[in-house]
Design a protein around this ligand. Structure first.
Ligand SMILES: C[S@@+](CC[C@H](N)C(=O)[O-])C[C@H]1O[C@@H](n2cnc3c(N)ncnc32)[C@H](O)[C@@H]1O
Length: 224
C-alpha cells in the first residue's frame, strides 16, 4: 500500500467513525445520499444498464452501488472496494438494510492493487477518489482498472477540478485531507499512460462545493 493510501485509510476510518465532530456529521450525510446525485451519470454516460459486472473503487458507504442496483436491475454483480474498514462496515449495514446482500460484494483493498482477476468487469468507476491518490498510486490504480476491465469495457471517474480561486482549493484540501486536484490535461495523461489513449468528458453537477467537476469516461481497446 502507498503512503497516501495509508493516510486515506486513517482519515476515512476517523471520519466515518465519528471522531472528527462536525466534519464526520456532514461527511456521513453526504456519503449517504451520493447515489441519488451520481447514478444518473453512470446511466447517461457510462453504459451502466448494459454492464453486467460493475466495480466501484473507493465505494465509501455504497450509496452509489445500492442506488445503481435499484435503478439498473439486480440481475448484475456489483463490487465495491475501499481502503477504509470503517467505511466498509457502514456500507455493509446499508446493503443489509436494503436486502441487497446477494448482489453487492465488498472487499477491503487499496486502489493500487485490485484483488480481482484480469478482465473481470464491464464497468469500473471512481467517484471523488482520485484527489486522494498521489501520482504513483493513481498510475497504479488506473493500470489496475485497465487490467480488470474486459476489452471494450469502460472506466469512468469524476472529481473536483482545481479552482482558479486558491482559497477554494485550500478549503477542499482542508476538509477532505486530499492533496491532488487535477486538471483535464493531467487526468488525460494519466489515462493514456495506463492504456486508455482516448477519453470523453461529461458534465457532473456537484452540489457540495463551489467548483467545477472533472469527469471522464474511457474505453479499453478491443485489440492491442
Ligand atoms: C469522498 S469518499 C467517496 C465515496 C463514494 N465514492 C461516494 O461518492 O459516495 C472517498 C472514498 O474513497 C476511499 N479511498 C480513498 N483513497 C483510497 C485508496 N487509495 N484505495 C481505496 N479506497 C480509497 C475512502 O476510504 C472513501 O471511502
Amino acid at each position: 500500500m502507498y503512503e497516501d493510501e495509508r493516510f486515506s485509510q486513517a482519515f476515512y476510518d476517523e471520519l466515518e467513525g465519528g471522531r472528527l465532530g462536525i466534519l464526520s456529521f456532514v461527511g456521513r450525510r453526504v456519503f449517504d445520499v451520493s447515489g441519488y446525485f451520481y447514478v444518473g451519470n453512470l446511466l447517461r454516460h457510462c453504459r451502466l444498464r448494459s454492464s453486467r459486472r460493475v466495480l466501484e473503487i473507493g465505494c465509501g458507504a455504497a450509496s452509489i452501488l445500492t442506488r445503481a442496483n435499484l435503478v439498473s436491475g439486480n440481475d448484475k454483480r456489483y463490487f465495491g472496494i475501499d481502503v477504509s474498514p470503517i467505511m466498509l462496515d457502514r456500507a455493509r449495514q446499508v446493503i443489509h438494510k436494503k436486502g441487497l446482500g446477494g448482489h453487492i460484494f465488498l472487499v477491503e483493498s487499496p486502489a493500487s492493487a485490485l484483488p480481482f482477476k484480469s478482465e473481470s468487469f464491464d464497468l469500473v468507476f471512481l467517484a471523488y477518489v482520485i484527489k486522494h491518490l498521489s501520482n504513483e498510486s493513481l498510475t497504479a490504480c488506473l493500470r489496475e482498472a485497465h487490467r480488470v476491465l474486459v476489452p471494450g469495457g469502460s472506466l469512468a471517474f469524476w472529481e473536483f477540478l482545481p479552482s482558479p480561486f486558491p482559497w477554494i482549493n485550500r478549503y477542499i484540501y482542508a476538509i477532505t485531507r486530499a492533496q491532488h486536484l487535477r486538471t483535464y490535461p493531467e487526468a488525460l495523461s494519466f489515462l493514456a499512460e495506463a492504456g486508455f489513449p482516448e477519453a470523453k468528458s461529461f458534465t457532473v453537477i456537484a452540489p457540495w462545493l463551489p467548483t467545477r467537476t472533472l469527469a471522464l469516461v474511457a474505453k479499453k481497446r478491443t485489440s492491442p
